[in-house]
Design a binder for this molecule. Structure first.
Ligand code: ZN
Length: 272
């Protein structure tokens, strides 16, 4: 794990990349921030988490690091020890965790809940939506003693994902007062993460549904070996892709409301 810092003193902000080794866009963003020597007004840790997986071009070596923040992961897994080190490094920090996906070109944010700093920061990031996972965090980075905002910045290994990761990092640093300037808060749709959508056994999969675009009951959202799969109930697809996960297409989501920021900076979730 590589931990560097911009600015002096004890940092309570952090940007984390390469939780997954096959998502290099965040690392490019961190390298750009570092080489630009951004003149920060608050110290910021820049963390490249799974250097070995990054080097191998793999998501992980022994276990998914973003599921390794609990006791279920074998002690001898590379990611188990790494999870401990990362939990120490981000303790007490407000953290932007950069990911990329096979699922969506449009950046979106993920957080366990909507605490005050998440509410204040996320509307200032150029993301299409916020997905709330709830507090059953399944060994994710969310389980650490830190405020975590994950952002999926685009397609894995795309130029856009790296570019978006850099822009969103600058927005995060501006929103938290580490960089001067201002950002614009936009109204943000919030979705609650629901159940995983299982893939039936097959050789080939297709996905027809777009993330955050409602799938109606009866609508064909995917196919397995050419056989269409129709929705039993309506849902909003989240993190949907044909091959992004081994056993699931993605998750069902439900619309929770719109996060609206007033002029005094207070953000309220309005169901509509
Ligand atoms: Zn990831």
């Amino acid at each position: 794990m590589r931990v560097e810092q911009l600015g002096d003193g004890k940092a309570d902000l952090a940007i984390v990349a390469a939780i997954h080794g096959d998502e290099p866009g965040g690392v490019e963003a961190i390298d750009r921030l570092r080489s630009n020597g951004a003149n920060v007004e608050r110290p910021v840790k820049l963390i490249v988490a799974n250097e070995q997986a990054l080097e191998a071009g793999e998501r992980y070596l022994d276990a998914d690091l973003n599921r390794a923040f609990d006791e279920d992961v074998p002690e001898d897994a590379h990611e188990r020890e790494l999870a401990r080190e990362l939990a120490d490094a981000v303790q007490g920090c407000t953290v932007l965790s950069l990911h990329s996906t096979q699922s969506s070109a449009r950046p979106f944010a993920i957080s366990p809940g909507l605490d005050d700093s998440t509410r204040a920061i996320v509307p200032q990031l150029s993301v299409a939506a916020l997905v709330r996972t709830g507090h059953d965090v399944e060994g994710r980075l969310f389980a650490t003693d830190a405020t975590i905002i994950e952002v999926e910045t685009g397609y894995q290994r795309s130029v856009e994902a790296a570019e978006n990761a850099y822009r969103i990092s600058l927005e995060f640093l501006t929103a938290t007062g580490a960089l001067p300037g201002y950002t614009v808060s936009s109204d943000l749709s919030v979705y609650d993460l629901g159940e995983p959508v299982e893939k039936p056994p097959a050789d080939e999969y297709e996905v027809f549904a777009d993330n955050f675009t409602h799938v109606d009951a009866g609508e064909t959202y995917a196919a397995a070996d050419g056989e269409g799969l129709a929705a039993e109930e309506g849902f909003y697809p989240v993190l949907f892709s044909a091959y992004g996960y081994e056993n699931i297409f993605g998750y069902t989501g439900s619309f929770a409301g719109t996060l609206q920021t007033t002029e005094d900076g207070t953000a309220t979730l309005t169901a509509d």
